[in-house]
Design a protein around this ligand. Structure first.
Ligand SMILES: NC(=O)c1ccc[n+]([C@@H]2O[C@H](COP(=O)([O-])OP(=O)(O)OC[C@H]3O[C@@H](n4cnc5c(N)ncnc54)[C@H](O)[C@@H]3O)[C@@H](O)[C@H]2O)c1
Length: 386
């Protein structure tokens, strides 16, 4: 793979504020950014490091500064060691990037609400926003992107703002672009619609597309384009880790499965029979097996079947996308883009804005988005030109 974007750009530093900063995805993103910046590993899986993103003015990986919120207090270096022991991170990597892990760990603040927390929504939002502002001030950051990679919460029951929405409101209050990599509510709460619209900030989401849904967004259009009639599409996911444990809650799994099924309806134009299930298998750790079973009719009603097996390491699939999204959203903010970033639909199960649902069309929209960034001057260049 060719590396087309400079990793040693000396432009101003950009903050990446991770909600769920001690989780598997967050830890892998921090460790991966340090490993690639140090030249220890190639940026495999990072779409922003491929030729269509050259000269789009994205912040260099070396310019990213990490911090965030988490309700756990396990130190990041320890979390990275556990991921290395599980084979998610390369053996020896946590020691090689110990300084970067320790620096990110110092940027993590207690999240909420914690058990027995007596703080109301307003106080929590203000505390979270103040933490983000302090981080930006302390590091002299030009901008900070807030990325939600916290545990999936149960589908909102309509009573008040769920934690993901408190964090999203805090991001807006702190003047930060926002990315929701999870299926949780985040900015999709009716109480935040006007605030998001009037904030003048760009935002993207929801729920990173890394495995089964990625495959569905390629296969669904194939069936539709070949005029084959899909009758049923069933899927089962076996996964462990923190995500597996969180999704063992049927209400949390419902949020995830809704996105997986929506991709089929959108790409096929009909809703096939069949369901999607998620089973928590702790022994699998961060590895996931996703099976899909598709029954379809061909010419003259001839019945056929396609079965797929996806065996992925979830955090290794998700972390490069989190880095891509942080860079693209930071650059969109610099370029003055506001509102839902439909051009980033390529990354999500349930994209914001008016976005196509097939992966091919989403990739075209993404490269169009890159072209838009390329033709919008960087802040530094614009100032220099004045
Ligand atoms: N890995 C993938 O391929 C993938 C794809 C799409 C979406 N996601 C989503 O990314 C999220 C993270 O996945 P993971 O595997 O890192 O999970 P994880 O369980 O390892 O990490 C989640 C972290 O969120 C923290 N957290 C929980 N509640 C919090 C709160 N109120 N405030 C702050 N922090 C809180 C937890 O303490 C934990 O450290 C999940 O929602 C998952 O569904 C992952």
């Amino acid at each position: 793979m060719s590396v087309s974007v400079s990793l040693t750009d000396s432009r101003a530093r950009v903050g990446v504020w991770l909600i769920g900063a001690r989780g598997s995805v967050a830890t892998t993103a921090v460790a991966g950014c340090a490993a690639v910046t140090a030249g220890l590993h190639a940026p495999v899986g990072m779409v922003t490091e491929t030729p269509p993103f050259a000269e789009t003015g994205l912040p260099a990986l070396s310019s990213l500064v990490f911090g965030g919120h988490d309700t756990l207090d396990c130190p990041l270096p320890k979390r990275a060691e556990a991921l290395a022991a599980g084979g998610v991170l390369p053996h020896g990597l946590p020691a090689a990037i110990a300084a970067e892990l320790a620096a990110a760990d110092r940027g993590i603040r207690p999240g909420g609400p914690l058990p027995g927390d007596t703080r109301g929504p307003e106080e929590l939002i203000e505390t979270f926003a103040a933490d983000i502002r302090d981080f930006a001030r302390h590091h002299g950051l030009t901008r900070t992107v807030v990325v939600n990679v916290a545990s999936t919460e149960p589908v909102a029951d309509g009573s008040g703002l769920p934690p993901s929405s408190l964090y999203a409101a805090a991001a807006l209050r702190a003047g930060c672009p926002y990315v929701n990599f999870t299926p949780s509510t985040g900015l999709h709460h009716p109480a935040l619609t006007d605030l998001a619209a009037s904030s003048g900030l760009p935002y993207a989401g929801r729920d990173g597309k890394t495995g089964q849904t990625l495959l569905r967004s390629v296969l669904g259009p194939m069936f539709a384009q070949r005029a084959l009639a899909v009758r049923a599409w069933s899927g089962t996911n076996l996964l462990g880790g923190g995500d597996g444990a969180a999704l063992a809650d049927p209400a949390a799994a419902a949020a995830k499965n809704a996105g997986k099924e929506r991709v089929l309806t959108d790409t096929l134009g009909t809703t096939p029979e069949g369901e999607t299930h998620i089973d928590d298998v702790p022994a699998l750790g961060d590895w996931k097996t996703a099976w899909d079973h598709v029954t379809f009719d061909g010419f003259l009603g001839t019945r056929m079947t396609l079965q797929t097996t996806w065996q992925g390491c979830d955090s290794a699939l998700a972390a490069p996308l989190v880095l891509d999204l942080a860079r693209l959203t930071a650059r969109a903010h610099e370029a003055g883009l506001t509102g839902p970033l439909a051009g980033l639909a390529f990354y999500f199960k349930d994209p914001v804005g008016d976005a196509p649902s097939s992966l091919g069309a989403q990739y075209e929209a993404l490269t169009g988005f890159a072209q838009r960034l390329r033709t919008t001057p960087e802040a530094g260049r614009a100032e220099g030109a004045r």
